[in-house]
Design a protein around this ligand. Structure first.
Ligand code: Z5A
Length: 212
């Protein structure tokens, strides 16, 4: 029996690399499906066919010379397509959308990491994504060294992961500032805990948000 919500719910997972977002997004989706909910599991960049093309450009290690503005506009182009093709139709149809990254990634990486003016980012976001924010965001927090080490252990390397450690530290600090400013929407989970403990914390938060 499928449990359709009267109004869908839009959930995003955020954090620096190696926090376990992708693993946790999958575990949460499976748990929600088991409970009978209709769930769309997706990610940025690359949650659509067009977005996947954009992702290849964004993350390819040959593209180290990409300008910050090109990078910013490509993440926003990906989001415009993702939101219109996949996220909004599903939420409007009463489904639960779980996305691995959304606009907070742009504020954290391009804003706090690259140093692009946050007000400019918000103006571009208004054009690309109408300023829409998720109903609930879970921020997976971990120290940068542990996060990057986890990815190195699985040989995951892309253009952004090759950035200096200082960049990743600024991104983490940025995330914590965003969460402090929007404590109602953004809940922080300690991602250094064992995988199972992290997924229990996520489940507690989502159950609270869904009222189940
Ligand atoms: N980016 C941006 O700059 N601006 C934007 O607007 C957007 C994105 C949307 C996308 O990379 C890149 O784009 C990203 C931000 C930037 N930068 N980088 N680099 P991606 O999509 O390829 O990957 P990611 O989103 O950064 O995620 P990730 O690095 O793949 O990691 P993760 O999803 O957080 O973790 P995971 O894949 O679930 O787990 C990583 C490993 O850790 C794996 O071996 C797990 O088994 C292990 N793991 C997970 N949890 C645990 C726990 N609790 N304990 C121990 N080990 C664990």
């Amino acid at each position: 029996m499928t449990a359709k919500l009267e109004e869908g719910i839009f959930i995003s997972f955020e954090g620096i690399e190696g926090t376990g977002k992708t693993t946790q997004a999958r575990l949460l989706s499976e748990r929600l499906v088991e409970k009978g909910y209709e769930v769309i599991l997706t990610h940025e960049p690359g949650g659509t066919v067009i977005g996947n093309r954009i992702r290849e450009i964004l993350l390819h290690v040959d593209h180290m010379g990409m300008s910050y503005m090109t990078e910013l506009l490509l993440y926003n182009a990906d989001r415009a397509q993702h939101l219109n093709e996949k996220i909004l139709p599903a939420v409007n149809d009463g489904k639960i959308v779980v996305t691995d990254r959304f606009t907070d990634s742009t504020i954290a990486y391009q804003g706090y990491g690259r140093g692009i003016d946050i007000e400019l980012l918000k103006s571009i976001d208004l054009i690309a994504a109408g300023g829409i924010r998720p109903d609930l965001t879970i921020l997976f927090d971990i120290d940068v060294e542990t996060g990057l080490k986890r990815n190195r252990e699985i040989n995951k390397v892309d253009r952004l992961e090759l950035e200096a450690i200082e960049f990743h530290k600024k991104v983490r600090e940025g995330y914590l500032k965003i969460a402090e400013a929007e404590a109602e929407r953004i809940k922080i989970v300690d991602a250094s805990l064992p995988l199972k403990d992290v997924s229990e914390k996520v489940w507690e938060i989502v159950r609270w948000r869904l009222g189940i």
